[in-house]
Design a protein around this ligand. Structure first.
Ligand code: FES
Length: 361
């Protein structure tokens, strides 16, 4: 939402806290700070410390016999009202004290299945290089979702329950974050064989499949003017009803777009950067990071084996080992080399960049 926030665990209150990411002293980012031994958030620039209410508890440079400058209201950090629901930290995007108790009156949308232990499913997040409004439009568009095999599967299993829950978070112009959950109350025979990172590889592929299309779509609508969506888009069939209603709603309440003030959308980056998976997902995901490291270690092992086997073959004089043994070593060296090359390609394609092309699917 264009807000810089620092989210930290307050062990004294046993709760997550969401603060303005701006030290009241000289505006250094508190997200670069640390939690001190008393569980307070400490700015690492000059060491000011703040408790979970945003009150300043220590200014190291203030003389002990001087005025209690840390107790001045200007020494406090802005605190966003926050709560945890469905395992997600939510915050009200305003630090004005009048909203201090807002979350007792207004609750984020609650999905009971996400807290139901009889449901299982993976959480997936990805930073998306186009606007939140376009992500929502993309996800609520049945005419393109109907070609998605996961939708077909869930439609074939009416007695069982399989939900798709999407949280779309506006971050900055042409940037948003998707949190996707798919709880279901049944298992499949294949479940034990599909690890979390494999699920994520598939979900990244689904996201990438529309990435470039939607980013270009956004660029064109921005040029035409977001409030002109109904004029520049021709939506004559029933299949577009949801999207049309959504755009009508967005125009009525927000002039057709998420309002970012003076900020404008950046130009479209090269595809390799636009669809990069490493920085938009892998580094934030413990499962994918482990798999990435493990597969890279395997690749390097293959390379080392391959070189070692070639070295052994080179150092072995004719007659020292049988021809069959020599051939076996040569084949093993080739297999290790091919294996390392294949892994290198696999890692790049699944953890960095997959140039999804609809024309070849
Ligand atoms: S800027 Fe944070 S303590 Fe100085």
């Amino acid at each position: 939402m264009g807000l810089d926030v620092v989210v930290w665990w307050d062990k004294n209150d046993n709760n997550w806290k969401v603060f303005d990411d701006k030290c009241p002293h000289r505006l250094a980012p508190l997200s670069e700070g640390r939690i001190d031994q008393w569980g307070r958030l400490q700015c690492v620039y000059h060491g000011w410390c703040f408790d979970g209410s945003g009150d300043c508890k220590l200014i190291p440079q203030a003389p002990l016999d001087g005025p209690l400058v840390h107790s001045f209201s200007k020494a406090c950090v802005g605190v966003y009202p926050s709560t945890v629901q469905n395992g997600i930290v939510w915050f009200w995007p305003n630090t004005d004290p009048q909203y201090k108790d807002i979350l007792t009156e207004k609750k984020p949308p609650y999905v009971p299945e996400l807290d139901d232990p009889s449901f299982l499913g993976e959480t997936f997040t990805r930073d998306i290089p186009y606007g939140c409004d376009f992500l929502i439009e993309n996800l609520m568009d049945p005419s393109h979702e109907s070609s998605d095999s996961t939708q077909e599967n869930s439609a074939k299993t009416p007695p069982r329950k399989h939900l798709f829950v999407f949280y779309c978070i506006p971050v900055s112009p042409s940037n948003c974050r998707l949190i996707c959950l798919a709880p279901r109350n049944f298992t499949l025979w294949i479940d034990p064989f599909i690890t979390r990172w494999m699920h994520h590889v598939m979900q990244n592929l689904v996201i990438d499949s529309d990435m470039y299309l939607v980013r270009v779509q956004e660029e064109k609508l921005m040029k035409a003017g977001p409030s002109n969506w109904h004029k520049v888009c021709f939506v004559p069939t029933k299949a577009d009803t949801m999207v049309t209603l959504y755009r009508t709603w967005l125009k009525k309440y927000a002039g057709g777009q998420v309002v970012w003030g003076t900020q404008s959308i950046p130009s479209i980056p090269p595809k390799e950067q636009l669809m990069d998976r490493y920085w938009s997902h892998v580094v934030h995901c413990s499962s994918c990071t482990s798999a990435y490291k493990g597969l890279n270690a395997l690749k390097i092992s293959f390379q080392v084996f391959s070189v070692a086997l070639v070295a052994i073959l080179g150092a072995t004089k004719p007659g020292m080992i049988s021809i069959a043994a020599r051939n076996t070593l040569a084949v093993a060296a080739i297999l290790c080399f091919v294996g390392s090359k294949w892994l290198s390609h696999f890692i790049y394609k699944n953890f960095h960049f997959h140039d999804y092309n609809h024309a070849f699917k």
